[in-house]
Design a protein around this ligand. Structure first.
Ligand SMILES: Nc1ncnc2c1ncn2[C@@H]1O[C@H](COP(=O)(O)OP(=O)(O)O)[C@@H](O)[C@H]1O
Ligand SMILES: [Mg+2]
Length: 228
């Protein structure tokens, strides 16, 4: 049985000084391990917020977020060690080199081969030659690729990528897209991508649109039919 994230009747609101913003309410969504999902929608519609809820990094105002895993139901916060999250703003640690940023999730898990594996992933994202550089010495696109290597290096079962190709040139975007989808098709990870790129969204098996507080499934394609 693949593990599944189930969001049921979710509402997310923010209290401001004199008003309340409700991003969405009554939202239902299932994310299954081994499947790929794209979420598209206008800026400000709540895509990043939804990704934070799905991954258990934030709690909804109302509603239920659960992980169905090996016949057990667990709260989503327990998913954390299985989540590779690529943040829109990267969130690299400024004091660490690219290599040590990528190695960090492995070191935290006590992996003795952390540096070796991190080097291999820097190579996969085309940055082996920048291993000793700190984030401020890297371009936006290079930082994005380091963040992607850091999110994937420990082979998480759930990958959440917030506009992962937004800062990349076309060739890098294609390479990174292939890496992400390989984790899904070969590594059996769930892949959830927020993107403005129609080309990238079209690669996912499930496409959702988030607009005006409503999440709509606009396409679902069988794995066999996928070109990637
Ligand atoms: N913690 C917060 N407090 C108040 N408003 C927030 C918070 N997080 C997000 N928002 C607001 O929610 C809206 C949706 O944000 P976001 O999820 O980043 O949208 P998107 O990723 O689709 O551009 C924005 O108007 C943003 O300002
Ligand atoms: Mg966003």
């Amino acid at each position: 049985m693949p593990s599944t994230i189930e969001l049921t009747n979710i509402e997310q609101s923010f209290e401001l000084a004199d008003s309340t913003i409700t991003l969405f309410s009554g939202l239902d969504l299932s994310i299954e391990q081994g499947q790929s999902y794209a979420i598209v929608g206008p800026s400000g519609s709540g895509k990043s917020s939804l990704l934070m809820l799905m991954s258990g990094l934030e709690k909804p105002t109302n509603g239920i977020g659960e992980l169905f895993d090996g016949g057990k139901v667990r709260p989503l916060e327990q998913l954390r060690s299985d989540v590779g999250f690529i943040f829109q703003q990267f969130h690299l640690l400024p004091e660490l080199t690219a290599l040590n940023n990528v190695a960090l999730p492995l070191k935290l898990r006590g992996d003795k081969q952390a540096l070796q594996k991190a080097k291999a992933w820097l190579d996969k994202v085309g940055l082996a030659h920048r291993a000793d550089h700190k984030p401020t010495e890297l371009s936006g696109g290079e930082q994005q690729r380091v963040a992607i290597a850091r999110a994937l290096v420990f082979e998480p079962r759930f990958i959440f990528a917030d506009e992962p190709t937004g800062n990349l040139d076309q060739q890098s975007a294609t390479d990174i897209t292939n890496l992400l989808f390989d984790c899904c098709t070969q590594g059996n990870a769930a892949l959830v991508i927020v993107t403005h790129s129609e080309t990238l969204a079209a690669k996912a098996q499930h496409i959702y649109s988030l607009a005006n507080g409503r999440l709509t499934n606009t396409a679902t394609v069988d794995r066999e039919a996928m070109p990637c």
